[in-house]
Design a binder for this molecule. Structure first.
Ligand code: SAM
Length: 336
């Protein structure tokens, strides 16, 4: 069978390097669990065909499932899923070649539909790592939520999730400044965005404020990333790391990575892996424990009360005393 490889931009190799670094440390850190007979599972819900090809150079590299399947010490089990039947066939071929049939379950379909099947077949003893690498806004928030509800035995830890959030590469084009997105992208556009965001109301508030000129696109981006981070935090994880931005060579942001874990060691390793030594451009500071790590003037967008709406629409007339404590009125660009 001819090896199938997915064409990717060189930035995908940075993402895969971060994954490889984390997993290499993860299998070592979980060796004790494995040695006492518990199960360490790698789950990839957007697995691809196994290989990726750098579209600039033609070089072929291992994609996420092959990175995981070739690690030493090895994972005890793998669950791989993809929507594309050809990718699933290519994965089956790899599993046979690597002699991993007894350890691997391969599923075909939409991961948002199949998530309960995946979770039912997951061993609850030991530890599990989920890689969620959607090509577009295809990862439903509900899927992330369902994953976060499972606790492992005996640690009680929630499942670790490493998530790609396709803000620049997916959501931005769906959020035009001067037009109704549904007139361009179809009636279900807002529904689709709501399905991938933690909250169907907050992102709309941010979007509308940007359309009305309250702040620039870079600030809209920060707010979307923050909403995503705080949504993950609200799932109850002890640690949520991100955003780790992956950029093109010309420094334009493409997508952002987030990591959720209950384990301090996992958090420490990923904080190290996220350091931007490989990156093409600057990073926002990683948001860690303090939800107000963002600039104080940006706090307003967490408040969705009518007062906030009133204040924004009447921003020229708003005085400091009209606002809740901690909110500030700015001269010129009032909300920045
Ligand atoms: C960005 S690629 C991921 C590649 C893989 N992680 C790698 O390193 O090679 C996205 C993959 O997700 C698959 N996909 C798209 N939508 C999906 C969905 N709703 N559920 C499962 N897989 C999906 C595509 O067929 C594609 O193989």
């Amino acid at each position: 069978m001819q090896e199938r490889a997915r064409d990717v931009g060189p930035w995908s190799l940075e993402k895969l390097t971060l994954l490889r670094k984390y997993l290499a440390a993860y299998v070592n850190a979980t060796k004790d669990i494995w040695e006492r007979g518990d199960i360490i599972t790698y789950v990839d819900l957007f697995a691809g065909p196994g290989l990726v090809k750098n579209r600039d150079t033609g070089e072929v590299f291992d994609g996420s499932p092959l990175i995981a399947m070739r690690l030493e010490p090895p994972f005890s089990r793998f669950i791989l899923l993809d929507l594309d039947p050809d990718h699933v066939l290519a994965l089956q071929d790899w599993v046979t070649r690597l002699g991993l049939q007894g350890k691997t379950q391969i599923l075909q379909g939409d991961c948002n539909v199949q998530i309960q099947t995946v979770l039912r077949s997951l061993s609850r003893s030991g530890a599990s790592f989920f890689f969620l690498d959607p090509p577009s806004p295809a990862l439903a928030w509900n899927t992330i939520t369902q994953i976060s509800r499972i606790q492992m035995w005996p640690s009680g830890n929630k499942l670790e999730q490493f998530i790609l959030f396709p803000y620049n590469m997916g959501l931005v084009r769906m959020l035009p400044r001067d037009e109704n997105p549904e007139l361009i992208w179809g009636e279900t556009t807002e529904e689709q965005i709501s399905s991938v965001m933690p909250d169907p109301v907050k992102w709309r508030k941010v979007y509308q404020a940007w359309q009305q000129g309250s702040f620039e696109a870079a600030q809209k981006r920060r707010r979307f990333l923050y909403l995503y981070w705080s949504g993950l935090k609200e799932l109850g994880y002890n640690y949520v790391l991100g955003p780790r931005t992956i950029r093109r060579q010309n420094r334009r942001a493409l997508y952002d990575l987030f990591f959720c874990s209950d384990h301090p060691v996992g958090n420490k390793i990923m904080a190290d892996v996220f350091r931007p030594q490989l990156s093409f451009g600057e990073q926002l500071p990683l948001v860690q424990e303090d939800p107000y790590n963002f600039r104080q003037g940006e706090r307003w967008y967490l408040d969705l009360s009518e007062k906030w709406d009133h204040a924004r629409h009447n921003c020229h007339r708003v005085d400091q005393q009209d606002l809740e404590p901690g909110y500030r009125v700015y001269q010129g660009q009032p909300w920045l």
